[in-house]
Design a protein around this ligand. Structure first.
Ligand code: AMP
Length: 396
């Protein structure tokens, strides 16, 4: 079922959104990005002549109501963005809320209270999912951020809508973007992986090796690969338990004809500190009292060259400690190379955690093809796992 061709006229759409937004201590939304991102789906349903029941979690309440985590705090922001009144139900499954949603008129919008006020939500409780299902004639999942969780509202509930379930526009777009990168025939396909640790990205790297033409490895994790090949990395970040796995990855890449690109130089200093004086060193000749906190100029050239010739690009993880000004150039240059490739018709996907923070910091998010909204969900997708929130919509 495709949301674009579905007609919501006179239908009550129960939509799982991700309104897990940051709030200040007065309960005001400080970043409305997630609410804004749900607007295309909301507008589609309203324009068709349907009504909407929105459900979400907010923060980490301890399985019971807590005003600090009430979704009522998002109502002013939502009403402003929609330019219409929103009805708030202060419980997500009580009789009162069900009678409100069963009598909705086309054009009306309801927001239910935080799903995680019930422990049953995270437990994926069937009966809780059934109670929630009473709110709608059709179920729409538009929350990519929780698609990797088998919770009641993200996955179990879909069973109660066997013929009336679909992805929202945001989630559909996320799926199309990842599938385009992971399962397309366009080449060259380049993945750029960075960040602190090899251990947290190992499954992703192993999955990507099966698919990519080029794998660029930067950031702190690169030093484990350099040390594994007997390079001197000084005090740089390293995971000694992963040295042999790093060699196995290099070997596997060779077998699969994947070109691995490691940094050839690094911007080094003596202290983990923005003001520590820097020197560019060959990557495998870092003195014992120094550490590499960014990739060097030659590595930037090498990586940019590969990126600019790519048709598909996936980026996950910064090239250095981009949070500190003096160690930002590597990550910024890679972001610029991706922007340049995108201008030349490459498709670029920025997925997961800190690379999203970096692309936002550099104000380049609108110059790449797609910036994913789901950190953990995107990482699991890239690892090749089937996400419960996606599986439950696809399965019949
Ligand atoms: P991750 O969450 O694994 O993607 O790691 C992101 C973090 O890695 C960021 O906070 C970066 O500051 C950090 N990072 C990147 N490169 C280095 C490096 N060379 N040394 C230490 N930390 C790094």
């Amino acid at each position: 079922m495709n949301i674009k061709s579905y007609n919501f006229q006179n239908k009550r759409a129960l939509v799982r959104v991700d309104f897990n937004v940051p709030l200040d201590n007065k309960g005001q939304v400080t970043d409305d990005t997630r609410i804004k991102m749900s607007l295309p789906t909301i507008h589609k349903i309203l324009n068709d002549g349907g009504s909407i029941v929105l459900m979400s979690h907010l923060g980490r309440p301890k399985d019971e109501p807590n005003p600090q985590f009430s979704l009522s705090q998002t109502i002013p922001c939502l009403e402003k963005l929609l330019n219409k009144n929103v009805i708030f139900c202060n419980d997500c499954i009580d009789h009162k809320s069900i009678s409100v949603t069963q009598n909705l008129l086309p054009g009306q919008v309801v927001l239910l209270e935080n799903l995680r006020f019930y422990k049953e939500e995270k437990l994926g409780d069937k009966d809780f999912a059934y109670q929630l299902s009473k709110h709608g004639d059709v179920y729409v999942n538009d929350a990519f951020g929780t698609a990797h969780r088998a919770h009641a509202s993200t996955s179990v509930i879909a069973d109660f809508f066997p013929n009336h379930k679909m992805f929202g526009l945001l989630l559909q777009n996320e799926i199309i973007s990842v599938e385009k990168v992971l399962n397309s025939n366009q080449h060259p396909l380049t993945a750029i992986v960075g960040g602190a640790k090899v251990s947290s990205k190992i499954t992703i790297i192993l999955n990507l090796i099966e698919k990519v033409d080029h794998l660029i490895i930067g950031g702190g994790m690169a030093y484990t690969f350099i040390k594994a090949q007997n390079g001197s990395i000084g005090k740089s970040l390293v995971e000694d338990d992963f040295l042999s796995l790093a060699l196995e990855i290099l070997e596997k890449a060779k077998e699969k004809n994947v070109h691995i690109h490691l940094p050839v130089d690094a911007l080094c200093c003596e202290e983990f500190n923005n003001d520590s004086p820097t020197k560019t060193r060959d990557i495998n000749e870092i003195p014992n009292n120094e550490m590499g906190l960014d990739i060097g100029t030659e590595s930037i050239k090498l990586f940019s060259n590969v990126i600019e010739k790519s048709a598909l690009i996936l980026w996950n993880g910064p090239m250095g400690v981009f949070e500190m000004n003096n160690f930002q150039i590597g990550t910024l240059s890679i972001a610029n190379a991706i922007v340049k490739a995108t201008k030349n018709n490459a498709f670029s996907l920025i997925g997961g955690g800190d690379s999203i923070a970096a692309i936002n910091l550099f104000k380049l998010a609108d110059k790449v093809s797609h910036v994913s909204t789901g950190g953990g969900a995107m990482l699991e997708y890239l690892e090749g796992k089937e996400l419960p929130g996606i599986k439950s919509i696809k399965s019949s």
